[in-house]
Design a protein around this ligand. Structure first.
Ligand code: MN
Length: 320
């Protein structure tokens, strides 16, 4: 629930700001990138101000055609000396996941955060957070409504991209609210089929790589745990998080947990954890990461073998 007080502070800070920078977590997904683009455009539409949207890492190819993709700037190409009156950080999770744009956070006179991750170490002076929101895009929509802003078809499309991404095509909608918002967006003219089709638009090498990763998956603890590995060579063909791997393994009868290890660099392993109605967030926290109850992750600086052994050990205490 967004309070009148939160809207008032947001309005006051944006009205008085000369320089506004927006960003989300590194290697943005559809929710991160589209929430940034949507809020950035809403500020332009409703305050008549230019904003700067930045990112770190890679933007997946399937987000190439979302509105305002070309207005997203790689953080390192932005002048280090710019003033930042207000930084808005969306969908970031934990501070460490912000990556390069953290420098804009550090120099900002005021920080607004808008997020749906579980996080006890917040970075915002104003926090518009909701752990029960299925997507950060959902919170941006509610802010838009609470503030009585005007929207347009680009913003509506972006919010649908965000929601469709983080609900896994509505599968993870655990409250009706996000579906009500999706319904409102459809009534406002968003075409869900086109949005989903745009997102299912990956390079051939990505799908081939993800399929071969699935074929080499190992299973543990009476086939309740799947561990799939993307080595560094395969990682270069990957686009985004490896959702196809998680999606295929998640269809296996009797499987409770999925671990996807991505060797981003030697000794730098991205860990994606999924639980089929089983919590995985505590395991992510034990690895120094976090996320949501049934979908979480971490980045661990160690070898692939060590990380895998550590995770198998952690699951030993969980799987009965
Ligand atoms: Mn998100």
């Amino acid at each position: 629930m967004i309070t009148t007080q939160q809207v008032k502070i947001f309005d006051e800070k944006i009205s008085n700001a000369k320089s506004i920078v927006l960003f989300a977590h590194k290697n943005p997904d559809g929710d991160a990138l589209c929430s940034v683009a949507a809020l950035g455009h809403l500020i332009e539409l409703n305050y008549g101000k230019e904003v700067l949207c930045v990112y770190d890492g890679n933007v997946p190819d399937n987000l190439d055609n979302v509105p305002f993709r070309r207005n997203m700037h790689y953080y390192a190409r932005v002048d280090d000396n710019i003033d930042v009156d207000v930084a808005i950080v969306l969908d970031y999770g934990i501070r460490r996941d912000i990556g390069g744009p953290e420098k804009f956070l550090d120099k900002a006179k005021f920080v607004i955060e808008i997020d749906h991750h579980i996080n006890n170490d917040k970075v915002g002076n104003l926090c518009i957070d909701d752990e029960h929101a299925a997507a950060t895009g959902e919170i941006v929509y509610e802010l838009m409504r609470a503030a009585n802003w005007k929207s347009d078809s680009n913003v509506n499309d972006l919010l649908m991209f965000a929601i469709v991404t983080d609900t896994g095509l509505f599968k993870y909608a655990r409250k009706g609210r996000v579906l009500n918002i999706a319904a409102d967006l459809v009534d406002a003219g968003v075409n869900i089929q086109r949005v989903i089709n745009d997102l299912a638009n990956k390079p051939r090498k990505t799908i081939i790589t993800e399929a071969s990763v699935v074929a080499n998956t190992e299973f543990f603890y009476h086939n309740k745990l799947a561990v799939a590995v993307i080595d560094n060579k395969q990682y270069r063909n990957l686009d985004g998080r490896g959702e196809t791997v998680l999606g295929l393994l998640g269809q296996i009868h009797g499987l409770d947990y999925i671990v996807l290890l991505k060797e981003q660099k030697p000794n730098r392993i991205g860990v994606s954890l999924r639980g089929r109605f089983k919590p995985v967030e505590p395991i992510a926290v034990a690895l120094g990461g976090g996320g949501h109850e049934f979908a979480a992750g971490a980045i661990v600086n160690d070898t692939l073998d060590n990380v895998k052994a550590h995770i198998l050990e952690l699951f030993k205490g969980v799987i009965k």
